[in-house]
Design a protein around this ligand. Structure first.
Ligand code: G1P
Length: 291
């Protein structure tokens, strides 16, 4: 089986970015001038995904407009002889086949994923979380996971090591095989959502990229609320482990937690320093204020 579909949950309230997110979806906050969710859709498209379902809520129309054609803007840009800009906004609408469904109540990530059951059917599928931006110019993080899926035909969770003090922010996995420098793919023994430092089984954290088998939907249907009284995807994966093998893949790439204010600023600085149009100016400015 091949992974052709992806889910991007985008129904969160964005409370950590208020007041910006009072009326603007947090997924539309830009990294320099590109909405974060566009970077996520680009990663999915570069990974070979053909259809994307974005899980939204009533406050997220801006996302749908962003991936739609905007004839009026295109025509104004054409009249103003701005062909590059016209092409740029048309390319966004043609980037991928994007569909939407609303999560009617904020009942957690697991519940959001369960809203995609009809879209996914019986195929394996990918999940990309918008708070995690991963930069890898040669091979996107999701593509790395999909290749691991092609090899194992089993669910694959994208992981990286995190500092011990940060384990309580993530789903943490315990692997069956012990760590070795040359290995990236590990069979998972157990997974826990946001354990405290003393209970964490390792420092391998799930960082917003998953390839899952469709078996997860049946489990999610019966999943009781867990951490923070939300239906947790992590808890459903823990149950999936009793039925089939699940693997962790230590993906390569620089990852930014843009759900965190400092992570968001770091992403903006690094992306800007990589951009031909502003890197020199920004670099000079940073040197000046550090003096
Ligand atoms: C979610 C998941 C968690 C995962 C994290 C990755 O948590 O529940 O298992 O490690 O994303 O960023 P959230 O950050 O949405 O609270």
């Amino acid at each position: 089986m091949k992974v052709k579909k992806a889910i991007i949950p985008a129904a969160g309230l964005g409370t950590r970015f208020l007041p910006a997110t009072k009326s603007l979806p947090k997924e539309m906050l830009p990294i320099v001038d590109i909405p974060a969710i566009q970077l996520i859709v680009e990663e999915a498209a570069r990974s070979g995904i053909e259809e994307i379902l974005i899980i939204t809520n009533s406050n997220k129309q801006a996302i749908e407009n962003h991936f739609d054609i905007n004839y009026e803007l295109e025509s104004r840009l054409r009249d103003a002889n701005k062909q590059a800009e016209e092409k740029m906004i048309r390319d966004i609408a043609e980037m991928s086949n994007v569909l939407y469904i609303r999560q009617k109540e904020p009942k957690g990530l697991g519940h959001a994923i369960s809203c995609a059951k009809a879209f996914v059917g019986n195929e394996p599928f990918a999940v990309l979380l918008g708070d995690d931006i991963v930069v890898n110019e040669t091979k996107p993080a999701l593509k790395q996971l999909i290749e691991a899926f092609d090899e194992k035909q089993a669910s694959i969770l994208g992981v990286q090591r995190v500092a011990k003090k940060d384990v309580s922010k993530y789903g943490i996995v315990k692997t069956i095989d012990s760590y070795s420098k040359n290995n990236k793919l590990y069979e998972i023994d157990n997974i826990v959502e946001k354990p405290n430092q003393t209970e964490a089984p390792s420092d391998l954290a799930v960082l917003g990229r998953y390839v899952l088998t469709a078996e997860i939907f049946e489990i999610l249907e019966h999943q009781k609320p867990g951490k923070n009284n939300e239906i947790q995807l992590t808890d459903a994966i823990a149950t999936l482990l009793n039925k089939e093998a699940v693997y962790a893949y230590e993906f390569s790439g620089k990852r930014y937690d843009i759900g965190d204010k400092f992570g968001y600023l770091k992403a903006n600085i690094d992306f800007a320093l990589n951009r031909d149009d502003i890197q020199v100016q920004l670099y000079e400015y940073l040197k000046e204020i550090i003096k």
